[in-house]
Design a protein around this ligand. Structure first.
Ligand code: SF4
Ligand code: SF4
Length: 305
């Protein structure tokens, strides 16, 4: 089973639109949305939720009011000012350390697992999608990303599907590391701008650190051809393959507004470039039945014309 993770240095580069287009082209796959802080893959893929699961991470105190003698010990011991004589007054400040529970003379506090969000199995136009929603002010997105990946792998194994396509989180922080570690291939979606060049450098360093194969897709490549050329030269000097150059197209915006992928739009002007991108990925991953994959691809493109 192969795992393709699509990442970007920041939000707004077109990462999800390109992930959705690849989901449209790949014939046999499970989809995963690891951008758990701002999940939106379900919006472009017409997701219908089939299963909802609770995600727990860390612990929080639960107080037995009847047992509490209001001695105030927990107030004085809590370094985060979260509790006041047996009443949680600032829940967002609580770090779940358990000091209050451990020292309560009346044993009135129990530490229980904290609900930190939900993860879902959905049906979409392109197959099954595993996605998630992190609770407000919860900082365990790396753990939730790992959970989404784990469930996507389980589903791919159960359904004998050779590929997982993951819309990864933006940036190079904990969620991105959780999404990338151990993947088969990372595809960095970057824009031809100065900040895009900087983002590409950081993603390349991250991939290098984890010894992860990295390929590049330059999105909106026609916006600044000189920067695009510079990026390509830089990638070549680092031995990083440029799998795709997608020209700027308004169709991405209209597709997103209508809840579709850019390939499903009647007059999409980027079909050819996205097809080349997918062919490069499929060939790199040595996906099974390469010939039938391309046949299906051509059939799809004929349908969309
Ligand atoms: S330490 Fe225990 S008994 Fe004392 S106020 Fe806190 S919860 Fe109540
Ligand atoms: S678990 Fe720790 S942070 Fe939370 S209220 Fe108790 S002492 Fe304070």
């Amino acid at each position: 089973m192969k795992e393709l993770v699509i990442v970007s240095g920041k939000g707004g580069t077109g990462k999800t639109s390109i992930s959705a287009a690849l989901a449209c082209l790949a014939p046999q796959k499970v989809l995963a949305d690891c951008d758990v802080d701002a999940a939106n893959f379900h919006l472009v893929s017409g997701a219908t939720i089939r299963e909802t699961h609770t995600f727990t991470a860390g612990f929080e105190p639960h107080i037995d009011e009847a047992a509490c003698s209001h001695c105030g010990k927990c107030t004085s011991l809590c370094r985060f000012g979260a509790i006041n004589s047996g009443i949680i007054t600032a829940p967002l400040n609580c770090e779940g350390c358990g000091v209050c529970a451990f020292n309560c003379p009346e044993h009135a506090i129990a530490m229980k697992e904290k609900q930190a969000g939900h993860w879902f199995i959905s049906h979409t136009r392109f197959g099954s999608l595993i996605h998630a929603e992190l609770g407000l002010s919860v900082e365990n997105s790396g753990k939730l990303v790992s959970k989404v990946r784990q469930e996507a792998k389980k589903m791919a194994a159960t359904e004998h599907l050779p590929l997982i396509i993951t819309d990864g989180p933006p940036g190079i922080g904990c969620p991105a590391i959780a999404a990338l570690s151990g993947a088969t291939l990372a595809l960095a979606v970057v824009e031809p701008s100065v900040s895009g060049m900087h983002d590409l450098g950081r993603l390349a360093d991250l991939a290098d650190h984890f010894r992860l194969p990295l390929a590049i897709c330059i999105n909106k490549s026609t916006l600044h051809q000189e920067n695009t050329n510079q990026m390509i030269t830089w990638c070549l000097s680092k031995g990083l393959p440029v799998f795709g150059q997608i020209p700027y197209s308004d169709t991405f915006r209209t597709a997103a507004q209508s809840g579709q992928t850019v390939l499903e739009m009647p007059h999409s002007d980027v079909k050819k470039e996205l097809t080349i991108l997918w062919q490069n990925i499929a060939s790199h991953l040595r996906l099974p039945s390469q010939t039938s994959t391309l046949d299906l691809l051509l059939q799809k493109l004929n349908i969309f014309r």
